[in-house]
Ligand binder design. Sequence first.
Ligand code: SF4
Length: 475
Amino acid sequence: MVNLFFKTYGCQANVADSQSLENYLISLGNVQVVENENLADLILINTCAIRDKAEKKVSSYIGQLAELKKNKTYLNIGVIGCMASYLKKEILTRFDHVSFVFGAKDDLNILKDYLHDLVLKLETIKEIYAHEQVHEQVHEKDNKVKFELKRLKKIINSKNVINNKVKELSDLSLGGVKNKDKELKQSFINIMTGCNNYCSYCIVPFTRGREKSYPSNILLDRIKRDLDLGVKEITLLGQNVNSYKDPVTNNGFEWLMEQVANLTGEFWVRFVSAHPKDMTIDLLKVIADHQDKLCTFIHLPLQSGSNKILQSMNRTYTIEKYMEQIDWVKKILPQATITTDIIVGFPGETEQDYLMTRKIIEQVRYDLIYSFIYSPRKYTKAALMLDNCSNEEKNKRLQELQTRQMEICFENNLLTVGKTFKTLVEKRLANGKLLARTKGNLRVLCDSKDELVGTFVKLKIKSAGRANLIGSLIE
Ligand code: SF4
């Protein structure tokens, strides 16, 4: 058996990619997942390049693995994903112990074939090592075994950057089912890859390539298959899901959502991320018409409340258009949870621009925001822009924004007390509570039995905190 350890950084697209690759490797029959790097024969690191901080974290983690490689020379360490897309050479030069690098926009079929062979080789080499250890103990070294060992080591440790191209769409590109023992079965499906938007701060178009939608017949077959496996929650993923276009029929995202909602079974569907430039009222109407399946959870990235900054970010919408969309959501899906992404301290952001973002937070009253200080990324336009705001000021703005948002989260959560929600139970947490989520993705903790994991239950909210609601089961 080959022991696999998977480390994933970054967004849900990365989580989906890792899950599908992990599922593929397990399906080979001679791979098992281990919870600790020390036990691994193969370590795969799926990387994120969205912020400098994320890259530093990945680099520091890769650096720590050098010691492991010294003690287990046949250990293979593979770096995949966004950082691997544009820093292949740097990674291989800087980290001598990395065995191969494979970028997010490279063809997964190639990686799949490579890993298939690698796993076979690792299995053999592990046996040979075990064999050799026995021989050493009895001082009977077998020259033939040693020769074979040397040959295999050479193959496995050769730094292999895979760059052939295969046209066929791999099932791997579509993501995977998260199927952990005693946890809700969730399916993360990439409906598209890449992005054409070139927001001036974003590296994704460089790491994941041009936008490409996958054919709906393949997606729907895949979703049906996952539902047959017992999946209860499906998340459709893309950098910009609402620009999805079926490459054969040209049908858009609204149509796809409707097709998924029409599939039989009791399940929920979520999606991330939507781009305000492509958000349509029709999508919200489809969600409203299929609320039994389509979750009332809208993540609409704002990034900034200032039109000047939005323009400089190349976001191609105005704050007026954005707020009109928020009004649609509130009117058509009044019970929807609304979340967003915000960048603080973008080059040129003045105190006044920042205050405009603060104003939007008060107006929308988001249920959650993901907020970060702007991080310059190589190759992007924004990296060349004049940035004259001090780090101290940026930190102050972020702190202030997050503090206020936490208060809003709490105030929103208090409004749920006394209400009853249909929820889907996800897993038992370390604190002994069961974690369930509402359609709006609100976290509800409750006391009950393990058998409820993976089922839909009604929970009445008894109390609320900033991050969690506490509920009790309605029989
Ligand atoms: S929409 Fe903009 S922020 Fe999102 S992935 Fe594309 S370029 Fe990046």
